[in-house]
Design a protein around this ligand. Structure first.
Ligand code: FMN
Length: 384
């Protein structure tokens, strides 16, 4: 039996990923910030919600299909932007994009990808791009033009990173960005030869130490070193004016990610954004932030049908997806769940994670008494 065939759920994949990755990298992916209050609450909030199922409906044939930004797809999911996924698997971004394409869902290529956005575009499938506003706006806007030229169909603008998150364990592991090599981290890597030779070694043999690939020439940083310049760091002074400017230049669907307040969602819609991602960044930024699933109903009510509401943070079961849809999301972004699969088996591993979620979602619909996602509503849920 392979590690993938032994993984019956996302938790199994997580444990297998933990065995395969050096501790510093696993914790960079897996953990939250400060006391990890928000990380625990992202799960607890889903677990507080239960179904009050309907029985004996006509649910023998079920559909998990939905329409996002005018395009139909078989599953209500997209892959969340996550950088640098290429540290988990050699060319992990391409593997994730291919897994998404195989499942017919969008892959979101992050600004800080280790694979250039044009190469990711070559992987095929539906592609979205995640943008951070950089301190030097000229570079950010030039990047936006590249994204457009490469044919990406939607832009996710992440707006919840106003300051550098306090990820204490990263510093302890020598894995605060940029990475500072230490004896402990070195020994950790040596204890994981499959990762050392199968991931890091392959990059080094090809082009030297891995770098972010979307930064302009001369600014490529810097996964293992100090960035050469400040101009392409995330701008702490990003404001609604940036959203306005990006809206003016980007003619395709614009989705704002990292919204937790109804009034911010309303404002994004008023500025012409077509999508909102209700997200606390997987509890990786602000440890006192509300769980996204708790913030969702008020935002869905505020937005109505004026924009598409998506949700992420804490999705580990198909039933979580059903709960999000019942509370007003059209689909979810799959974050760490896909990364655990990627770390264990590359493209096949990420596909395995998505299939597990899809199968659980299908069973949830059956048990809840729904033939399709449109039949999921708040009347099916109770909160403990
Ligand atoms: C390793 C890692 C890297 C991430 N990098 C980014 C990023 O570059 N941009 C971004 O908007 N969100 C980033 N996120 C947040 C995800 O897009 C998403 O909001 C979060 O992972 C959802 O929570 P979940 O992992 O609990 O499902 C990252 C998340 C992880 C786990």
């Amino acid at each position: 039996m392979t590690a993938l065939s032994r993984a019956y759920n996302i938790d199994d994949l997580r444990l297998a990923a933990k065995r395969r990755l050096p501790r510093g990298i696993f914790e960079y992916v897996d953990r939250g910030t400060e006391g990890e209050t928000s990380l625990k609450d992202n799960r607890a909030a889903f677990e507080r919600i239960r179904f009050l199922p309907r029985v004996l409906g006509e649910t023998a044939t079920r559909s998990l299909g939905t329409t996002l930004f005018g395009k139909t797809q078989l599953l209500p999911m997209a892959i969340a932007p996550m950088s640098p996924s290429g540290l988990l698997w050699h060319e992990g971004e391409l593997a994730l994009a291919r897994a998404a394409a195989a499942m017919g869902i969008p892959y979101t290529s992050p600004t800080e990808s280790m694979t250039a956005l044009e190469r990711v575009a070559g992987a095929g499938g539906r592609l979205w791009f995640q943008l951070y506003v950089w301190k030097d706006r000229r570079h950010a806007l030039a990047l936006l033009d590249r994204v457009d030229r490469a044919g990406y169909e939607a832009l996710i603008l992440t707006v919840d990173t106003a300051t550098i998150p306090n990820r204490e364990f990263n510093s302890r592991n020598g894995f605060a960005m940029p990475i500072r090599p230490s004896l402990r981290a070195g020994l950790d890597v040596l204890r994981h030869p499959r990762w050392l030779f199968g991931v890091l070694g392959r990059y080094v043999a090809q082009d030297g130490l891995p770098q972010t690939a979307n930064h302009p020439e001369g600014y490529r940083n810097a996964i293992f070193a100090e960035p050469p310049d400040d101009a392409t760091r995330i701008a702490p002074d990003t404001t609604w004016d940036d959203v306005r400017e990006i809206r003016r230049r980007w003619k395709k669907p614009l989705i704002v990610k990292g919204i937790l307040r109804a009034e911010d969602a309303r404002k994004a819609v008023e500025l012409g954004c077509e999508g909102i991602v209700v997200s606390n960044h997987g509890a990786r930024n602000f440890d006192s932030a509300i769980a996204s699933i708790d913030a969702l109903p008020a935002i869905a009510d505020a937005v109505g049908d004026r924009a598409t509401v998506l949700l992420d943070s804490g999705i580990r079961r198909g039933s979580d997806i059903a709960k999000a849809v019942a509370l007003g999301a059209k689909a979810v972004l799959v974050g760490r769940a896909a990364l655990y699969g990627l770390a264990v088996g590359g493209e096949a591993g990420a596909r395995h994670a998505l299939k597990l979620l899809a199968s659980e979602l299908d069973k949830t619909l059956g048990f809840a008494g729904c033939a399709n996602l449109g039949q999921l509503d708040r009347g099916l849920l109770v909160k403990r």
